[in-house]
Design a protein around this ligand. Sequence first.
Ligand SMILES: NC(=O)C1=CN([C@@H]2O[C@H](COP(=O)(O)OP(=O)(O)OC[C@H]3O[C@@H](n4cnc5c(N)ncnc54)[C@H](O)[C@@H]3O)[C@@H](O)[C@H]2O)C=CC1
Ligand SMILES: O=C(CO)COP(=O)(O)O
Length: 302
Amino acid sequence: MRIAVLGAGSWGTTLAQLATSLDHRVQLWSRTGPLALSAVLADAQVVLSCLPMRAVAGVIEQVAAAGLPPGAILVNTTKGLDATARPASQLWRSAFPDWPLVVLSGPNLAAEVRAGLPAATVVASASPEAARRIQQCFASERFRVYTSGDQLGVELGGVLKNVVAIAAGVSDALGLGANAKAALITRGLAEIIRVGTHWGAQAETFYGLSGLGDLLTTCNSALSRNYQVGFGLGEGRTLSDILAQLVGTAEGVNTASILADYARRVDLEVPITDQVCALLGGERPPQVALAALMSRRLKDES
Ligand SMILES: NC(=O)C1=CN([C@@H]2O[C@H](COP(=O)(O)OP(=O)(O)OC[C@H]3O[C@@H](n4cnc5c(N)ncnc54)[C@H](O)[C@@H]3O)[C@@H](O)[C@H]2O)C=CC1
Ligand SMILES: O=C(CO)COP(=O)(O)O
């Protein structure tokens, strides 16, 4: 396959390397790189977006101006929300309604995939044919690729877990222990399912690789940038200090406030997200956020 990879950060370079090792012809585009976007797109059969959320709308405009080859499969890997709470694939869908669209998401820390450690992921699309083609394209003995028809659910699992991963980093920095961490991840999953099903995703998708799988990876690895942000907050550092030293993108920082605002407007309960927001905003110290979560009204687990 001829693959154009947009975004030469951690995930873009990793997927480009994986695809090259599988004998695809790969061209990697970045805004500072030597290749023109029009040249990279010219005969691409697959266009893989590995951009941070803040770059997606601008790059879509550039792709529209450069021209997207008819029939090219768009693959979104961005795990974020825009200011209106839309995930990245919805921006691609509105700009290119006639092109097949696939979301690739799962527990895939770039550094582990790059090191050739075994991993699995999900490719989801309204077009089973497009999902199967991308499955064939990226599958290897080290990277197992599943398909799904729930494109929204697969994407939202990857987007929403970032907020819980920030909370998990805080929990570990405070030394709250394994019981607290399990409670956080489990109630985090309940919160993700509440939001995801409100937006129309299928609940069972969140128990799969792109939901629970990615939640476990991101909440338990210091390789995760979102976890690193939370760990820094738990140590009492300010967000600006943490972000100044962070290598790469932690999408959960923006996702948390966008989600909290949205949830307030539509009256959805997102207690973990609310506390993460307060911590990110420097409104309260971690121990106060913890006390707020523990002293909520007693309720049924459902
Ligand atoms: N790194 C990882 O382990 C994984 C990351 N992701 C997702 O992939 C997305 C990208 O993440 P990373 O590659 O880790 O980020 P990164 O921070 O390593 O790289 C982002 C890249 O985008 C470029 N960029 C930034 N603003 C731009 C703009 N306005 N126009 C064009 N390019 C721009 C940067 O120069 C950089 O090359 C995020 O949404 C992330 O959640 C998904 C799975 C795994
Ligand atoms: O999404 C990821 C792993 O699946 C990467 O997590 P971070 O963005 O927190 O590094």
